[in-house]
Design a protein. Structure first.
Length: 176
C-alpha cells in the first residue's frame, strides 16, 4: 500500500473517530436532564371544584382540608397540581389552585377560587419550601403522604387520588 493512501486512510479514520466522539457528546448534552435547568410549564386553571369531587384528607382544630379529585394532575415538569378546599368550623370556604414540586420539596399558590367559579391569580406565586408546621401542615401531608415518595413524584394522578380516597398514605403502603 503506498504511503499516501495509508496516510489518507489514517486521516479518514481519525476524522470519523472525532466526529463520532462529537456526536456522542452532543447526544449526551441533548439527553442529560441533570445539567438542564428546571423549567415550569404554563398552567391552565381547572374548573371550579364540585362538592361530589371533594376528598377530605386532613383536619386541624379549626379547619378541614379536601382535594378536588378531578383537578389532580402531574405536569411534564414534575409538578403535582391540585385544587385545595379549606373549610372552617363556621363553614367559610377558601379555594386555591396549588402545586407541589417533589424534587425540591416546594409548594406554589397559583390562584384563589371565587364564589362565582372564576379564579383570581395569586400575587404571591413563587415557590416556597414546604414545612411541617401547624399553619401549613396540609401541604406537608399532601407531599409526604400522597404525592411524593421522598423527592420523586409518587405515581400517576389516579394513584394519588386513590390513596386519598382510600385514606392510604404512602407510609402505610410499604413503598420504601
Amino acid at each position: 500500500m503506498p504511503a499516501g493512501v495509508f496516510r489518507a486512510a489514517a486521516v479518514c479514520t481519525l476524522v470519523l473517530v472525532a466526529a463520532s466522539a462529537h456526536a456522542q457528546s452532543r447526544f449526551e448534552e441533548d439527553f442529560n436532564d441533570e445539567d438542564k435547568p428546571w423549567q415550569e410549564i404554563a398552567i391552565q386553571l381547572p374548573a371550579a371544584p364540585k362538592a361530589e369531587n371533594l376528598l377530605p384528607f386532613y383536619s386541624s382544630p379549626s379547619q378541614s382540608f379536601s382535594i378536588d379529585a378531578s383537578s389532580v394532575a402531574v405536569g411534564s415538569d414534575g409538578v403535582v397540581r391540585y385544587t385545595l378546599v379549606a373549610t372552617s368550623e363556621s363553614g367559610a370556604r377558601n379555594v386555591s389552585y396549588e402545586g407541589i414540586r417533589c424534587q425540591a420539596h416546594e409548594r406554589k399558590l397559583y390562584a384563589f377560587g371565587q364564589q362565582d367559579g372564576s379564579w383570581t391569580r395569586s400575587r404571591r406565586d413563587q415557590w416556597e419550601r414546604i414545612t411541617g408546621n401547624v399553619v401549613n401542615r396540609q401541604h406537608a401531608i399532601l407531599a409526604k403522604d400522597y404525592f411524593c415518595d421522598q423527592l420523586t413524584v409518587a405515581g400517576k394522578a389516579e394513584q394519588m387520588v386513590a390513596r386519598i380516597r382510600e385514606n392510604k398514605p404512602l407510609s402505610s403502603l410499604n413503598y420504601r
